[in-house]
Design a protein around this ligand. Structure first.
Ligand code: SF4
Length: 498
């Protein structure tokens, strides 16, 4: 932060202008507002500004709803999400008391798309800058669902964001390009019928702090506490409601306001700041997050094919080591089959591939193997146990709904042994009422027989399991038109047809 307080007259005028602008835009039309609130400084400033502006309007002018939404990715840093929940409660209470049309709500990812169901269920590699699938699934999609629901109800909505031109020149350019000429609103980059209003667009970081510290929080929060949270961390992870505007702001996660599991940043900021301040019970989470980074880099834990079964080869630029086998690409399929190598389960693969042009390549890696997913689940349940012992016996790092979806995903990925209920029981001692209809078709001993038979007959077990799964999916369905296409797709998978 720079010189707070030196420019009170100028910034004071700036704040008054911003508030007047908020009132003007609010009165302009009937479109409801949706304010994204992350708990960070910028979005707190926006909500505070809106609250103050609405308080200055006549009750008869308060003609439309303002929804304040926060994203709960379900892997939020525990202390931060508690703070957000408390703040949302206070905003709601104060707004009701003051007769303001404000409604607060948390938005969450669908259970099929949470951090754990994606990683442990589907095997998504833990996110990194180059493959940052999490922002979409955990933040953008849930917020968009909320917005689209309001669009359905009201025709159009206006999103209020705490973005600022001074954050980066790229962001300023993106915002400029979306601004409707002569208007106070910008077009949402992807959602039709949604518009964006950035009331603190002209603020710099000092203005934001000055505004927060100079004016008392209308719902009784202490903004000095917020300031303390920013020590050692410069950025925040906003509730993303416009991907393009967000992307131009660079990475999220490098702050205390991201997910505690964030593996996009090299150095954790979400937890370490609290631990350094003596919140010791967070340490198991910190260690687990580091485990998530390491396991991603361990190729033995990753499938040697993509989620759809496709194989991809990458240039191999290292020395060829002893024990590595070089196989011609044209012979690869035969080699894999002859050696019973399943690319979805094999851990160490000492095969290099000689391409048609003579270049040597290695296998690219895909999702976590089922074995690695089991390992992550066990480790997560152990961490949960530690937090329960150290801090709060009611802590839930993963929900029962998520466990049920993961079990379903494992079945779809042909784990017919139904190992999830067993793992949960072993790690937590709890036995849940699992849905028995979801039980796999074959028992473990039958599976072993099937495996032996496949070996004897030279049939690929994994493909056979997929074919049986498809047949089960279509059983009882009258029109089985898609069945043969699904069979065909399975039989044409890349690992069979390299
Ligand atoms: S904080 Fe990290 S893990 Fe969470 S959505 Fe942002 S980038 Fe992804």
């Amino acid at each position: 932060m720079g010189n707070l307080g030196l420019n009170i007259f100028n910034t004071g005028t700036k704040f008054i202008e911003a508030k007047e602008l908020v009132k003007e835009v609010y009165m302009m039309d009937e479109r409801p507002w949706v304010v994204g609130f992350s708990g960070g400084k910028d979005s707190t400033a926006v909500v505070q500004l809106v609250f103050q502006a609405l308080q200055e309007l006549n009750p008869s002018e308060l003609h439309k709803k303002v929804y304040v939404i926060s994203s709960d990715t379900q892997v939020e840093t525990p202390l931060i999400i508690d703070k957000i929940t408390r703040t949302l409660g206070r905003i709601q209470e104060k707004a009701l008391g003051a007769g303001l049309p404000i409604e607060t709500q948390k938005v969450r990812p669908k259970v099929e798309q949470t951090f754990w169901t994606s990683i442990i269920g589907k095997g998504y590699p833990t996110p990194r800058q180059k493959f940052r699938w999490c922002t979409d699934r955990l933040k953008i999609e849930p917020a968009n669902r909320f917005i689209l629901d309001k669009v359905d109800q009201f025709g159009e909505v206006v999103m209020l964001l705490g973005v600022r031109d001074s954050e980066s020149s790229t962001r300023a350019a993106v915002m400029q390009s979306h601004t409707i000429e002569g208007k106070k609103l910008m077009r949402h980059s992807t959602l039709k019928n949604a518009f964006v209003f950035a009331p603190i667009r002209s603020f710099d970081v000092d203005d934001v702090w000055e505004f927060l510290l100079q004016y008392e929080s209308p719902w009784g929060d202490d903004n000095n506490e917020l300031l303390e949270l920013y020590q050692n961390s410069s950025s925040e992870c906003p509730l993303v409601v416009d991907r393009e505007v967000k992307e131009s702001a660079g990475s999220c996660g490098n702050s205390r306001f991201g997910c505690w599991t964030c593996t996009v940043v090299n150095e954790d900021k979400a937890l370490s700041g609290f631990i350094n301040n003596g919140v010791d019970w967070l340490r198991p989470l910190y260690e687990f997050r580091n485990f998530l980074v390491q396991i991603r880099e361990d190729h033995s834990k990753r499938q040697k094919q993509r989620m759809n079964g496709e194989v991809y080869l990458l240039p191999y630029n290292e020395e060829i080591e002893e024990g590595q086998v070089i196989v011609k690409k044209s012979d690869l399929k035969e080699y894999l089959e002859a050696n019973h190598i399943n690319l979805a389960t094999v851990e160490e693969l000492n095969i290099l591939v000689e391409d048609e042009d003579g270049t040597i390549k290695r296998f690219g890696v895909g999702p976590f193997t089922l074995k690695a997913r089991e390992e992550i689940l066990r480790q997560l349940l152990r961490t949960q146990k530690q937090i329960r012992e150290l801090h709060d016996p009611a802590t839930e790092l993963i929900s029962l709904e998520e466990l049920k979806i993961i079990r379903k995903y494992w079945h779809e990925d042909l784990q017919w042994e139904d190992r999830l209920p067993l793992i949960v029981e072993e790690e937590t001692g709890q036995v849940y009422d699992w849905n028995h209809d979801d039980r796999p078709v074959f028992k473990e001993d039958q599976l072993t027989d099937l495996e032996t038979l496949c070996q004897e007959e030279g049939v690929n077990l994994s493909v056979l399991k997929q074919l049986i799964s498809i047949e089960i999916d279509y059983s009882g369905v009258k029109v089985r038109r898609g069945l043969f296409q699904a069979f065909d797709k399975t039989l044409k998978q890349d690992f069979l047809h390299l």
